[in-house]
Ligand binder design. Sequence first.
Ligand code: NDP
Length: 301
Amino acid sequence: MTATLIDGKAFAAKVRAKVAEEVTRVKAAGVTPGLAVVLVGEDPASAVYVRNKGKQTVEVGMESFEHKLPAETSEADLLALIAKLNADPAVHGILCQLPVPDHIDADKVLDAIDPAKDVDGFHISNVGLLGTGQKAMVPCTPLGCLMMLRVHHGSLSGLNAVVVGRSNIVGKPMAQLLLRDSATVTIAHSRTKEIEALCRTADIVVAAVGRPEMVTGDWIKPGATVIDVGINRIDAGVKDDGSPRTKLVGDCHFDSCAEVAGAITPVPGGVGPMTIACLLANTLTACCRANGLDEPEGLTA
Ligand code: NDP
């Protein structure tokens, strides 16, 4: 491997430490930042995410409010809870864990969250603010990628970036953030022609596709930075007891990309840990904005 490893776990620990320090400052001003996480149903993966978020929220000194609702909760009841959280001055950030059960319209729920408390950055107002270069709540995963890129590169100005994937939660906001930092940005997707050659023109490749190990070393320009957002669980043979073994891989083929790239994020331990760290950062930012306090530097876009 020739590439420098961009250690997302270490980055995330630094972000959490900075958030904890700032929480102390904010508490001294008489406010405790609070994050409300709403989980509808019993999806096991979502339950793990919610538990981790709650634990890390408390660890940095913030208040964590968990609302676990049964799967049969009506859309009206969920919207009523969101309205209550919107009005609660102790709650500065609200996150509704996705996916919600099929009988609930996720877009309706996300749009019911007060944009100022929308720490996921999915509300249409925040999408518009980000797209027009104004102060927004920025989606956590792309924000985490941006923070790592800024530290690694210093300035992103004039760099060619290719974002592979155009989802509303990763690809599009990632492209907006890179553009905001004056990179020259191309968004690739499933209909893009000659995607390998396109990626080979990039100083930065961000892969957010959901296809295990799709981006290989021959897609990468020597020395380029590779940010792998993908989280894919694939088969990895069988255990001694005969049960199936699985492993997590990204959207990039790590070994071949690492032979060519200048720097690369691993999976796991790259973008993933930064996502929750940025959720905490966004909650702190929302709290500061709500209370007219100075926003901490380096924790938002
Ligand atoms: P989506 O499925 O919403 O979007 C995937 C995008 O990839 C689409 O724009 C799609 O294009 C594009 N795509 C699919 N196949 C190809 C292909 N063969 N060539 C080029 N582009 C293709 O996924 P998400 O953005 O939600 O997530 C992407 C990955 O990131 C997933 O692995 C997910 O698990 C991971 N993830 C990780 C997070 C973290 O914290 N690390 C957080 C969020 C997501 P088209 O629009 O044309 O269909």
